[in-house]
Design a protein around this ligand. Sequence first.
Ligand code: ATP
Ligand code: MG
Length: 280
Amino acid sequence: MTVQNPDTAWFPGPPLLQAVGLGRSYHAPRGAANGRARTALSPTDLVMHDGDSLGIVGESGSGKTTLVRLLTALDAPSSGRVDFHGQTIVSAEGSVRKQIRGKTLNWFRQHTGVVFQDPYASLDPRMSVGRIIAEPLIGLGVAGDRRARVREVLVQVGLPADFSERYPHQLSGGQRQRVAIARAIVHRPTLLVGDEPLSALDVTVRAQILELLVSLRAELGLSLIMVSHDLGVVQELCDTVAVMHEGQIVEHGPTARVFATPEHPYTSRLLASALPLPGA
Ligand SMILES: Nc1ncnc2c1ncn2[C@@H]1O[C@H](COP(=O)(O)OP(=O)(O)OP(=O)(O)O)[C@@H](O)[C@H]1O
Ligand SMILES: [Mg+2]
C-alpha cells in the first residue's frame, strides 16, 4: 500500500522520504521447531514530503518499530530500499548497502533526529546532560560553539541552561525526555522521528511533552514520524496516519478522515478499543 499525503502529492522533485518495497523478516532461532523466517514487515511503499507529519499506529507486534528502524537506517531491510531526498539510504541489495556507508549516511543522520520510548534506558548514566546533548554534534562533526548550542537547545525544550552540569539520575522522567528531545534536535534536523516517545510518561508530563513537540514542530518546521499507541497523540501531532496490522499498512490517509470514517475493519476495531478522542 502506498502512503502519500494527497495535499502534497503534486510536489515536484524527489520526496523527503520514500520507502520502496521495504520489508524485514527475521530468521527463526537455531533449532526452533518452526524453522521458517518470520515476516515483521511485508514489502511496503511509503512517500513523505517536506513538512509532512505521519503517525503510525497499530497493536503491539504489528511492525511499527521495525518500520521506523528501517526508515531511520538503524536496521537494514530484507527487501526494498529507503530514499531520502532521492538518495538511497538503506537497501537490501548488498552492493548498494556497501556504497551507503560513510558520507551519505552521515548526511542522512545530520537531517534526522530520533527519540525513543524509554528516557531511562536511552540516556547514558555516566555522561552529563551537556555531554549527552552534544553527542550528535561531536559524532557528526558539526562545527561551532557546542556549549552555546547545548545551552540554547536546553532552553528550547524548557529546561534551565545550567542543567547541562547534571547527570541523568538527577532528573525526573519528564526532564529526561526533554533531554532526549534536545539531543534529537541539537544538530538542527529536518525530520524528527519518535517511537512512542510519550508512553513511559505519566499523564500530566505526557501532556507537557506533547505540547513541546507541537511547538517545536511549528517553530522548527520539522517533518515528523510519530509512532504511538495513543491515538490522541497522533490526532494532535500528525496530519496523516498509517494503521499497521500484522506487518502491513492496512489503511492510511488524513488523520481526521481515518479516525472519523475508517475504511478498514482493523482500524474500526482499533478505534473502538481506544479511549474516546478529544472532540469526538
Ligand atoms: N530482533 C528481532 N528478532 C526476531 N523477531 C523480531 C525482532 N524484532 C522484532 N521482531 C518481531 O517482529 C514483529 C514486529 O515487531 P515490532 O517491534 O516492529 O512491533 P511494534 O509494532 O513496534 O510493537 P510494540 O507496540 O509492542 O512496540 C514482532 O512479531 C516481533 O516479535
Ligand atoms: Mg515498538
